[in-house]
Design a protein around this ligand. Structure first.
Ligand code: ASP
Ligand code: MG
Length: 412
């Protein structure tokens, strides 16, 4: 008998019929003899609807009241799902975050979980009940309702699985797993049967939106086996777990991630002296602009060009900040490009394989795609290219690294 935490996202509980279908599914697991804790999101669209309501009344409501408001979405779903479970003969009990006691800090709208009281849940499981917990919400030490940030139900599920030492945390959603890349871009994209926490983290932060990034971090930290599955199609999904040293058929590259969310800025002709990088980036971060890739060229005639990327939404704001910086530093000029895309190959296998970067650059060169920026980490190589070549780049890399076709990782 296993203890499984299952999370169903907004689309999986988006209608009464779907809630009933989820109940039928949970009942089957229960009848197999497993203990089941279910975490649910709000019905699809509900959180946005609530945010919309708030904005019709006040431009900037207090974060405390926002949390009181948006946490209601999940409260509706837990009650409806328990009714559906009870109705189909599978006794269940619902809990809000504060009833469980999912204790968080007091950072409203993006609170962090500090502690979970697993007592009441364990008691109910012992009685044979299915326990249904509201995702996305908790309570601070003073008893205020808090929420964990958009997509936070994933984190609730992982945190509960860690606290209960569950055998697996299953995330049910509208895709049947994690893919080598976006199947809308590459027809031959494959579902991965297995991926490491590290790789998933890179894929998620690069725009693969299957899981909330914090949930993956949490799962990695507490080593909670995480599985992404389709809510209403049978299949093994994708298991996200620790690196398996014994795996013989470890692919060099597990996936290709990309995003079009970035913009590139270059301060040309800044003096090549200590302190310049800091002088350029300090006002940028003071304006709350997050910088991603940074590149400084070798100096020529005592000046250098300094390039970095930011989120495209921050592009105009960053240009304004740099106008002043460039005056202060007596730089030659500031140029920018909002039409770039970032493509990354990700895989723990590249640690032990030489020539991965060369293979990537050659594949791009064969398609005459110009690389504007490069950055690397232990398990990732990213390039910035013109946005118009994005699809071509992803496709040629997908086939260069032999990700098309047959299943990539052997089922374990
Ligand atoms: N309902 C919340 C949201 O839409 C939390 C979640 O779905 O995970 O962000
Ligand atoms: Mg969600």
């Amino acid at each position: 008998m296993a203890l499984i935490v299952q999370k169903y996202g907004g689309t999986s509980v988006g209608t009464v019929e779907r809630i009933q279908a989820v109940a039928a599914k949970v009942k089957k697991f229960r009848e197999n003899g497993d203990d089941i804790v279910v975490v649910v999101s709000a019905m699809s669209g509900e959180t946005n609807r609530l945010l919309g309501l708030a904005s019709t009344i006040q431009e900037q409501p207090t974060a405390r009241e926002m949390d009181v408001l948006v946490s209601t979405g999940e409260q509706v779903t837990i009650a409806l799902l328990c009714m559906a479970l009870n109705e189909c003969g599978c006794p269940a009990r619902s809990y809000t975050g504060s009833q469980v006691k999912i204790l968080t800090d007091d950072t409203h709208t993006k609170a962090r979980i500090q502690d979970i009281d697993d007592g009441p849940i364990r008691g109910d499981l012992k009685e044979g009940l299915v326990v249904v917990v509201a995702g996305f919400q908790g309570v601070d030490i003073a008893g205020n309702i808090t929420t964990l940030g958009r997509g936070g139900s994933d984190t609730t599920a992982v945190a509960l699985a860690a606290a209960l030492k569950a055998d697996e945390c299953q995330i049910y959603t509208d895709v049947d797993g994690v893919y080598t890349t976006d199947p809308r871009v590459v027809e031959g994209a494959q579902r991965l049967s297995k991926i490491t926490f590290e790789e998933m983290l890179e894929m998620a932060s690069l725009g693969s939106k299957v899981l909330q990034i914090r949930a993956v971090e949490f799962a990695g930290k507490y080593n909670v086996p995480l599985r992404v599955l389709h809510s209403f199609q049978d299949g093994p999904g994708t298991l996200i777990t620790i690196e398996d040293d014994n795996s013989v058929e470890k692919p060099v590259i597990s996936g290709i991630a990309f995003n079009r969310d970035e913009a590139k800025l270059t301060v040309m002709g800044v003096p090549d002296i200590p302190g310049v990088a800091s002088k350029i980036l300090t006002p940028v971060s003071a304006a709350n602009i997050e910088v991603d890739m940074i590149l400084q060229n070798v100096a020529e005639d005592n000046t250098t060009d300094f390039t970095f990327t930011v989120h495209r939404n921050d592009y105009v704001k960053t240009c304004k900040v740099l106008e002043q910086v460039s005056l202060d530093l007596q730089a030659r000029e500031v140029i920018g490009d909002g039409k770039i895309a970032k493509v990354s190959i990700v895989g723990v296998g590249m640690r032990s394989h030489a020539g991965v970067a060369t293979k990537m650059f050659t594949a791009l060169a064969n398609e005459s795609i110009n690389i504007q920026l490069i950055s690397t980490s232990e398990i990732k190589i990213s390039v910035v290219i013109a946005e118009k070549y994005l699809e071509l780049a992803v496709r040629c890399l997908h086939s260069a690294f032999e990700l098309d076709g047959a299943e990539v990782v052997q089922e374990s």
